[in-house]
Design a protein around this ligand. Structure first.
Ligand code: HEM
Length: 504
């Protein structure tokens, strides 16, 4: 056993050394860029931070040390500068999504969740698919066809939170938001809810969702690991391998239901098909496409919204005076308040924007490939084919754009020692009607901006307003602390504690 371990470690070391030598021979083109010396020859340090869920924090620390342009590996650069952000993500920029997206989704081979709108790298195919989605995901269509579904699920979630907090002393809001967001996206994609709120259990479905992003990251970063994880007799490890395939299977229900109830207006795919029938230019949407897109929706549309709502409630409950003001504001509207009415509440919306600035669920790297001929970015010439990336985590903490971003907390026992913490300041969004900063990007940007942005915002507005109106005087759970809410970054950023308890 020991000998095998030594042989394995030796082989790994040899592979790493060979890769470094190969990189040196090929004379990497990014030598002139600022960055730690080792990033000239290896991507293994970046891989290490990716696999340990701290990629965005690591890249942020490099920006703080080396500036707005930093080399991450022999062929990867990160930018934290509004001009570079716009150049990369604006419509028609020529930058395309990297191969990472297709591999992360399971590749063209068909394992994993499958290549849908999110992962498509072909510009034309993506544009045509996006056009098909446009009507169903527009704010107007969602409000007339889907708002009732969202309201019903939100009401149910809040009532279950109240009951659990009263009966057991505390309720885990992260669990309830997960169940709610999954039921909503299930109902809207399949025309049939998963009924997770009914069961109230952190079911297998939620465990699958939690494991899917981590599993996809592991399989991408360490391609050989699947075989090993499959063999270890620990169900949680096996799930990391099987989760993406299980999500793909959920998509099959979407196809069946669509064929059975194609007139259901609250079914997003029914709206898409109706649009495709009516369009002069015919768009193809095969059963396989529907299955892949539905699996993608489940992954993209459940955790993301639930995580954001969880951080929002945590941030508000940490400041009781803010909680009281939010409660007062949402109470000015009745229980039947529409999403449109909620959109007019200044404090609620400021709290939502500040949550998305600091704790948006997708704050990490959005990698893109430099187009043919190369470009000039951040004052440097960048050759074609190089991978460039931006991350909201750093752009949203740029003091030039979001002034005074930190709070200094005196540290016991010496009051001169201080730790810094992100400052949650909702007032930075209040009384400002103009456009938001160019580099504010919780939902991405350009042609690849989040397709579910209006649905997500609707769920967050209705979820937060209903909770703070119906559950006045909420507090954080007795055992909750800031460390539990530190984000672990596996594409999404999820609280490491995996729960957020509240009590009356
Ligand atoms: C607060 C919740 C959400 C956040 C923070 C969020 C964030 C994002 C971000 C940053 C991207 C761009 C990714 C990239 O460029 O690599 C994205 C894309 C996407 N999101 Fe969301 N999302 C949320 C909710 C949703 C919901 C509810 C859906 C519904 C199905 C959804 C569906 C998608 C899809 C399909 C894409 C790919 C769009 C394309 O490439 O054309 N998201 N999201």
């Amino acid at each position: 056993m020991l000998i095998s371990l030594w042989i394995g470690a030796g082989a790994l070391l040899a592979i790493i050394l060979l890769q470094i030598i190969a990189t040196l021979i090929h004379k990497p083109s990014l030598r002139v860029y600022p960055g730690p010396w080792y990033t000239r020859v290896t991507h293994y340090v970046l891989k290490f931070y990716t696999l340990t869920g701290r990629r965005m924090q690591y890249v942020h620390s490099l920006h703080q040390r080396y500036g707005s342009v930093v080399r991450l590996s022999p062929n990867q650069l990160a930018f934290c500068d509004p001009d570079a952000f716009v150049s990369i993500h604006k419509i028609g920029s020529g930058f395309t999504k990297t191969q990472w997206y297709e591999d992360f989704s399971g590749g063209a081979g068909g394992t994993g969740i499958g290549i849908g709108l999110f992962a498509m790298t072909d510009v034309k195919k993506h544009a045509s698919r996006r056009k098909l989605f446009a009507r169903a995901f527009s704010a107007a269509s969602l409000r007339s066809n889907c708002e009732d579904v969202v309201k019903e699920k939100v009401e149910k979630a809040v009532s279950r939170i109240m009951t659990e907090a009263r009966d057991t002393g505390e309720a885990d809001i992260m669990k309830w938001w997960m169940l709610m967001a999954s039921d909503i996206i299930g109902q809207l994609s399949f025309g049939e809810s998963f009924e997770l709120l009914e069961s109230g259990e952190k079911s297998h479905h939620i465990q699958v969702l939690e494991a899917a992003a981590l599993g996809a990251t592991l399989q991408y970063e360490m391609p050989g690991i699947s075989g090993l994880l499959r063999r270890i007799p620990v169900p949680k490890l096996n799930l990391l391998v099987t989760a993406p395939n299980l999500v793909h299977k959920y998509g099959e229900a979407a196809v069946l239901n669509l064929r059975r109830h194609s007139d259901n207006r609250a079914n997003l795919f029914a709206t898409m098909l109706a649009q495709s029938e009516a369009a002069a230019e015919k768009f193809e949407l095969t059963d396989d496409d529907i299955r892949k897109e539905a699996s993608n929706f489940i992954l993209a549309g459940a955790d993301t919204t639930a995580i954001t709502l969880t951080y929002l409630v945590w941030a508000v409950l940490k400041r009781p005076e803010l909680r009281v003001r939010v409660e007062d504001e949402v109470s000015t509207l009745g229980p039947a308040a529409s999403d449109e009415a909620l959109e007019q509440l200044p404090l609620l919306n400021a709290v939502i924007e500040e949550t998305l600035r600091l704790y948006g669920a997708v704050p990490g790297n959005l990698p893109r490939v430099v187009p043919e001929g190369g470009v000039s970015l951040g004052g440097y010439a960048v050759p074609e084919g190089i991978e460039v990336e931006t991350q909201a985590y750093s752009l949203h903490r740029d003091p030039n754009i979001f002034p005074d971003p930190l709070t200094y907390v005196p540290c016991y026992p010496s009051r001169s020692l201080k730790v810094t913490k992100d400052r949650f300041d909702e007032t930075r969004w209040m009384g400002k009607d103009g456009p938001k900063p160019r580099s504010y990007c919780p939902f991405g940007a350009g042609t690849r901006t989040c397709a579910g942005i209006h649905l997500a915002r609707m769920e967050i507005r209705l979820g937060a307003a209903t909770l703070f109106r119906q559950c006045k005087g909420l507090r954080l759970g007795a055992q909750m602390n800031d460390e539990m809410m530190e984000p672990a970054n596996f594409f999404l950023a999820t609280p490491v504690g995996k729960r957020c308890n509240v009590r009356f």
